[in-house]
Write a protein that binds this ligand. Sequence first.
Ligand SMILES: [Zn+2]
Length: 170
Amino acid sequence: MLCEVCGRSVKGRPFSVKIEGAVMRVCERCARYGEETKPVASMPKPVVHVNRNRGSMEPKPQSMGFSRKPRPPSIEELEVIENFAEVMRDQRRKYGMTQDEFGKFLFERSSLINKIETGSRVPPFNTVRKFEKKLGIKLLTRREKFDGLTTAPSTNESIRLGDVVRIRKK
Ligand SMILES: [Zn+2]
């Protein structure tokens, strides 16, 4: 056979050595350029070590998954509960208050309470949140779908609705 390094025919037994990570069958003279693979543990070559671990330097594929956290519901994904007007009226009756008293209790004008109970106005979410805390009940719910047909799509929208109602009453 021929030496894989110098190309000369190998006389006697060929040496199996590792040269820069690749195992080659070489002649006795070229054997000293590499590291013998078979015999007892010699010093491990740092070159081989680096080659084997190169893959770990690259970004791990599963690291992408960690950035996908469940988002907290944004204001756009919330809407007031379906029977908001009804629930607000029931709450007021539970407290045995007039609309005026209930308004003062919630730090809102009684006219807003009236509009809420008649269903002509849905207050902004931050106002509804205030009611939730004050009354200890849930008035906002997660929107099922985004078809734009649900009530009070945004805070601005509900203010505009209220303004329209106010203008019409003049
Ligand atoms: Zn050789």
